[in-house]
Design a binder for this molecule. Sequence first.
Ligand code: GAP
Length: 456
Amino acid sequence: MGKPQSQAEMMEKLVSLSKRRGFIFPGSEIYGGLANTWDYGPLGAQLKKNLKDHWWKTFVQQRADMVGIDGGILMNPKIWEASGHVETFHDPLVECKVCHKRFRADHLLSVKGIEPQGVHVSPQIEHRAACPDCDGELTPPRAFNLMFKTFIGPAEDSTDAVYLRPETAQAIFVNFMNVLNTTRKRLPFGIAQIGKAFRNEITPGNFTFRTLEFEQMEVEYFVEPSTWETAFEGWAAFMEVWARTIGIDARRLHRLEVLGDDLAHYSKRTIDFEFDFPFGRSELWGLAYRTDFDLTNHAKHSGERLEYTDASDQSKKFVPHVVEPSLGVDRTMLAVLLSAYDEEALEGGDTRVVLRFTPELAPFKAAVLPLSKKPELAEPSRALYERLLKRFPVDYDETQSIGKRYRRQDEIGTPYCLTFDFDSLIDGAVTVRDRDSMKQERVKIEDLENYLETAL
Ligand code: GAP
């Protein structure tokens, strides 16, 4: 087994495979595209669904202390005032006076090895950075709010302005009392949500790593204030275990303690889980201690009491504190794809590309391959395919040589190929080929569902 040599080459190969095999397409392509937007194709959509289902099963369904919600993307704009996003969800924007390209001032400083101090980079950047594209002079940084604004109704009036949510978290905070009252959960407990978030990023890029529209899988975990550290450590370990379960290469995953000005406005402590992407080590997920910041601010702005009553002492009321594991779906998928990608040298000098997905994430669990297109093999193969489809996502492929078809399935990460040959008509069995070991064995057709159920 061998990984490709150059990281830039690796990324190019992955982007090209993603397009060629239907994982990820450039957005709006027939109209010349829309920069930094991407559409998930048939295999990408299935992989993404498997990933989200796995997260939901692990983070919500299998935990007695968790429930889920599905909140709206459009919410009352007062929410974003209370959450601090209107005032502080900014990045420092600089523009080149010559070529008019825009950059994040903190990114330009980092490239020069200067530690940026949050959004307050004005004194730092002056005379120290020029346009990285044309060397032109840069404007002074200005705070640029990342929220997308739109309008409800026909008049584009500021009183009708709403924001596309920049994080899913706020729908959880504003529904805290609804969930508490309808589920009667006791502390500590968490509320989870998966959904779209939008940010008008100054410098999107690196494929699906930083985009304007993305999905988040977030948990707001409510605790009695003095216990936040235990919850924080518990979630950190839980997230690392999950990373391994979904096939993220543990050697490429690292914890970064976020310090000082780099902490978000709501956070007292944050760990970034960073991944070694081909373009450098960058944030994959975050884990933040949000204190009572959000519930307290929503209580102030809405006039509602957002409190918890102690089960054993009804007179004891307090605002729970919050620990937040926050995971981006698209970045997770990118890390899964990069961890799964392998090029294996074969005897005879050939190389095969394999996506070594865990069986639970693989878009197809198996592929039915008739050895020949002749009706005597194609018809029973097709019938087998349609039978298996009722239980598993399965592919069917009858074109080109069996060797080429194996390679095609390796390249999309299908764990098993089921070859229906002329012997199958006699012994009622197919050859099952394992993606990783390439070992083959004969399995009775009537036992295939049980075989796959056990193997996957
Ligand atoms: N509620 C906390 C929160 O939103 P964040 O660190 O800003 O925290 C959480 O975002 C996660 O969302 C990130 O770790 C990343 O996985 C994902 N994410 C954030 N911005 C993104 C973007 N522009 N494109 C893709 N994923 C993004």
